[in-house]
Design a protein around this ligand. Structure first.
Ligand SMILES: [Zn+2]
Length: 244
């Protein structure tokens, strides 16, 4: 038996299915990540087909069947359409990168309310455009790693477990994570982390706003986290949207 259920969700991706339908992947508030079918969603006049588009946040009504892998969407309406994101190439690139991470790092039907709220919030901030998209993305990257079991430890060295001295220059290695000043000289270091940068990463990790930062260093850090994830998450080949 199927029941009718409602949830809000972020549309992650959309693919053609059969002659007339679409299969969509949605990160939902109530059920976690789900796959669903939009019958007739390929038609030009399909209202649901238009509402359910990647990046949109939607309210869904589903015919939910627990044994079924793909749920059937009965109706949908828009909660957020990010019009400013669609006008700005740099920002949309990072917004799509958020969707990619959310898709790769979550498993079907695993509910995480905090991850849902954090993902919605970061897309809203990217759309608002008051903060640099790279910085918002970096903050989100650290957050989603933490929420999905890949947290970057910053208090102790990942090799010798000594407390990291923030004022020294430490290091980052994509196999282990954060390295103390001593281990940095013994192991391959992908990125040098001087005290100031360490403080900035820490601020982003706890969700604070950055007042001053060096943008090239922040971009390098995004690249370092991507390499870290490639090393630790089997089948992950990097963020395609960042290569656009
Ligand atoms: Zn160490």
């Amino acid at each position: 038996m199927s029941e009718i259920v409602k949830t809000e969700g972020i549309v992650l991706s959309k693919l053609d299915y059969s002659d007339s339908s679409k299969i969509v992947s949605i990160y939902s508030e109530v059920f976690g990540k789900i796959s669903a079918i939009v019958k007739g969603g390929r038609g030009k006049n399909s209202k649901i087909g238009m509402v359910i588009d990647p990046l949109n946040i939607v309210n869904l009504v589903l015919y939910n069947k627990e044994q079924r892998e793909v749920q059937l969407i009965s109706s949908a309406e828009t909660v957020c359409y990010f019009s400013h994101l669609h006008d700005n190439f740099e920002r949309i690139k990072f917004a799509y990168s958020v969707l990619e991470l959310l898709k790769y790092l979550t498993v079907d039907n695993e509910i995480n309310g905090r991850l849902y709220k954090g993902s919605k919030k970061i897309l809203q901030l990217m759309d608002k455009g008051e903060e640099q998209p790279e910085i918002l993305f970096l903050k989100y990257f650290l957050f989603i790693l933490q929420e999905t079991g890949f947290e970057i430890q910053m208090s102790v060295c990942s090799i010798c477990h000594k407390v990291i001295e923030k004022e020294k220059t430490n290091g980052f290695n994509y196999e282990h994570g954060m390295l103390c000043n001593d281990c940095k000289n013994l192991y391959h270091t992908f990125l040098e982390i001087p005290g100031e940068l360490f403080e900035q990463i820490y601020s982003l990790k706890v969700g604070m706003k950055l007042k001053n930062y060096n943008l090239p260093a922040m971009k390098k850090l995004i690249f370092a986290l991507e390499k870290f994830l490639k090393y630790h998450l089997h089948g992950f080949n990097g963020i395609k949207s960042l290569q656009m």
